[in-house]
Design a protein around this ligand. Sequence first.
Ligand code: CA
Length: 225
Amino acid sequence: MKVLVVEDELKTGSYLKQGLLEAGFVVDLAANGLDGLHLALTEAYDLAVLDVMLPGIDGWQVLQGIRRAGKDMPVLFLTARDQVEDRVKGLELGADDYLVKPFAFSELLARVRSLLRRGNKTKEAEVLRAADLELDLLRRRVVRSGKRIDLTAKEFALLELLLRRQGEVLPRSLIASQVWDMNFDSDTNVIEVAIKRLRLKVDEDFELKLIKTVRGMGYVLEINE
Ligand code: CA
């Protein structure tokens, strides 16, 4: 899942980005309101974390721009201590929840997951499936034939992408941008290594192999023999 963080304080921004990355999200960080709004309108996000006090256009204007464009992703905004009117204003403008600074990252993560859970009820399935493989997006759990499989955050994101686009051959460049949030660098074999590890965990012990290499093209998850 992809999260947009709009935060001008460098330290807070990178702290949020790093934490969300470690929790398995793909994260874009914008350091001002205009960049944040631009990203929100041009990329697809599952959720936005929006600081209120931003240079240029503030968090409220970003939020209004997002809602005016008809984007209904959940928005969690970050507000200063004791700004009660801020919270009311934010919720009136269409924010879904707020957090008062300073906050513990664990609290932010809990809010983010709760918002995604609420949004997901109507939007999409919470569990992605292929044959006897199940990936539970909210519990962040993978099970095959009833057996729990432990994945790293990146392996989870990779499997999620393969499952969402089941049957579709995914080029390495696409996997690199979606899962690693980087441009594909032909010198690195990070994707091959991750696919190999994922196969060991997901396919090795099972007769039906789900993850396939399409030579010269990329990878696909499909049920066909
Ligand atoms: Ca700020």
